[in-house]
Write a protein that binds this ligand. Structure first.
Ligand code: NAD
Length: 269
């Protein structure tokens, strides 16, 4: 089964590392022109090296600086991408952070930082994407859908997570935003879905895999007994961005090696 995203433009937020970088490379290898979004000058070199991997492999893309929690920057990113690349067909709302703290010690800054990027950032990008999808309309040379949004949520949209109330709240809210958008824009042929990763080996969770002891502890939560890789998410992102998944909208799809089967119950609980 070969999936082609040829002639389509994809914005991947937070694409200078981890899952976003993996998704950007997967979409580009399927033919999409990819906007590798990065959030600050500090990540420019990393964004450029992801773009170089894409172009070295024969793909196309650009890098674009934008802090997704800032409305004016998000609006400018969509305007600039449309004027440079013609339109936007696919949005992968991936940028996210953690600011962990015991609930009674969590500062308002920690709460606002996580909600601002993980939830408000996804809202702002989805809003600008949908406006552009509706402006362009369906172009069957690109896709039978008018546009596709893929939210990167988490297993923590359903698994509560002590010490991470801000993060878990942001992911739980993404589920409702995703389903509401799927409902609100289904008649316009805009598809909206979430990918819910389990433990994927990226900089966000280095402490969970960078020693053998930590990795062993982590594996007790994963029936499939391996940590996930960004490519595992990229593979599904390509499918959800393509017309192969044209009847899928409003879905949260878990890519977690079985984490949401609650392995601690495997011996009877
Ligand atoms: P990561 O730290 O490698 O990637 C996060 C990316 O977001 C970075 O590139 C960072 O620069 C970018 N970013 C941060 N603030 C931003 C902002 N204001 N504007 C634009 N970009 C910004 O971690 P990751 O694991 O690749 O995380 C990507 C997404 O996957 C996040 O939403 C995270 O919650 C989700 N996720 C990760 C895992 C995992 O196990 N790694 C599991 C579930 C969900």
């Amino acid at each position: 089964m070969e999936i082609s995203l040829k002639n389509q433009v994809a914005i991947v937020t937070g694409a200078s590392s981890g899952i976003g970088a993996g998704v950007a490379k997967s979409l580009a290898s399927s033919g999409a022109t990819v906007v590798v979004n990065y959030s600050s000058d500090k990540s420019l070199d990393k964004a450029n090296s992801i773009l170089k991997e894409i172009t070295d492999a024969g793909g196309n893309g650009i890098v674009y600086l934008c802090d997704v929690s800032q409305e004016n920057q998000v609006i400018s990113m969509f305007q600039d991408v449309v004027s440079q690349l013609g339109t936007v067909d696919i949005l992968v709302n991936n940028a996210g952070i953690q600011k962990d703290a015991k609930f009674t010690e969590m500062t308002l800054d920690q709460w606002n930082a996580v909600i601002g990027i993980n939830l408000t950032g996804q809202f702002l990008c989805a809003r600008e994407a949908i406006k552009e999808f509706l402006r362009r309309g369906i172009d069957t040379k690109r896709s039978v859908a008018c546009g596709k949004i893929i939210h990167i949520s988490s297993v923590h949209e359903i698994i509560p997570w002590a010490g991470h109330a801000n993060y878990a709240s942001s992911k739980g809210a993404i589920k409702m935003m995703m389903q509401t958008l799927a409902q609100e824009y289904g008649a316009d042929k805009i598809r909206v879905n979430s990918i819910c990763p389990g433990a994927i080996q990226t900089p966000i969770n280095t402490n969970a895999w960078n020693t053998p002891e930590a990795l062993n502890d982590l594996l007790t939560l994963i029936p499939y007994n391996r940590i996930g890789q960004p490519q595992d998410i990229g593979n599904l992102a390509v499918f959800l961005a393509s017309d192969m998944s044209d009847y899928i909208t409003g879905a949260s799809i878990f890519v977690d090696g079985g984490m949401t089967t609650f392995e601690s119950f495997s011996t009877g609980g």
